[in-house]
Design a binder for this molecule. Structure first.
Ligand SMILES: [Zn+2]
Length: 273
């Protein structure tokens, strides 16, 4: 599933194509793509509006219109493809289509069909369900420590919770916890300020580095005309079970934490009892 760096990569790809253009027409090729809003209602709200800006919030892509916002979540396999005036009748796996001014078309291709588009007059309801942006100035080591202190849950599922911090998923949580030498099953509230500082540094470092390499392509993430994320080679533990730990040489393991496949070094990341 695309996480913060992959969604940011898509946003940066879309921005120069979309900003300033008008949404002339919307077509739902898969009727549920606008769930829970009926497709006709979405089309009414989203068309004949000018796209002022393209942003990311958590894993959401936001099109700020002259009135209201279109929000898009790629989920498992969603891809946004820009067709610039070119004839292209291929609507294979397309769930939604936006026809913009200047003969530009944006196709939402989504093999698994879990991706959704929606419209909001005001962004507040979306903001209310998302935690802080991990690359924002508001997200400080002290804030992370204070937030962790309120939760006795295991740290991995807490970091995956979009209401706790927005944008992290399985790849970057496993990598950040490895870099910080924290076992994914550690109760969040037991982290010291120093551990929270190290974890904060790891989260920001890994997200920034991955954005610089257009994210991580494991199976199917791509952007634009087949662009692939190049951060995959930089992963230290994710999907590397059985390989030697890059720090201590112990074989990396894959375990389950809160129903999620979790990669770690059993020597570097010890669960305090
Ligand atoms: Zn190790």
């Amino acid at each position: 599933m695309p996480e913060l760096p992959e969604v940011e990569t898509v946003v940066r790809y879309l921005r120069p194509h979309l900003e300033g253009r008008t949404v002339n027409r919307f077509e739902a090729w898969w009727p549920k793509v606008t769930d829970p809003m009926p497709a006709e209602v979405f089309a009414q709200m989203a068309t004949n509006r000018v796209i002022h800006a393209i942003h990311r919030r958590g894993k959401y892509i936001l099109w700020q219109l002259d009135r209201g916002f279109i929000h898009i979540h790629l989920r498992m396999t969603g891809q946004l493809v820009v067709l610039d005036g070119a004839d292209n009748d291929d609507r294979h796996h397309v769930t939604a289509e936006f026809d913009l001014s200047d003969e530009m078309t944006v196709l939402f291709r989504d093999m698994r069909k879990f991706g959704r588009v929606g419209y909001l007059e005001d962004i507040a309801p979306l903001e209310a369900k998302l935690g802080p942006e991990p690359l924002s100035p508001q997200f400080t080591p002290d804030l992370l420590h204070r937030l962790l202190a309120d939760h006795r849950r295991q740290i991995k599922p807490l970091l995956l919770d979009q209401g706790f911090i927005a944008g992290l998923g399985n790849i970057y949580v496993d990598e950040a916890l490895f870099l910080a030498r924290v076992h994914p099953g550690t109760p969040a509230s037991s982290l010291t300020l120093e551990q929270a500082q190290i974890l904060h540094h790891a989260i920001q470092g890994i997200l920034t580095e991955s954005i610089g390499l257009d994210g991580t392509t494991i199976i199917n993430f791509s952007f634009g005309d087949g662009g692939r994320g190049r951060f995959r080679d930089m992963l230290q533990v994710f999907r590397r079970e059985g390989e030697p730990c890059p720090v201590c040489g112990t074989p990396l393991e894959k375990i389950r934490i809160a129903q999620r496949g979790t990669h770690l070094c059993p020597q570097c990341q010890v669960l305090d009892s």
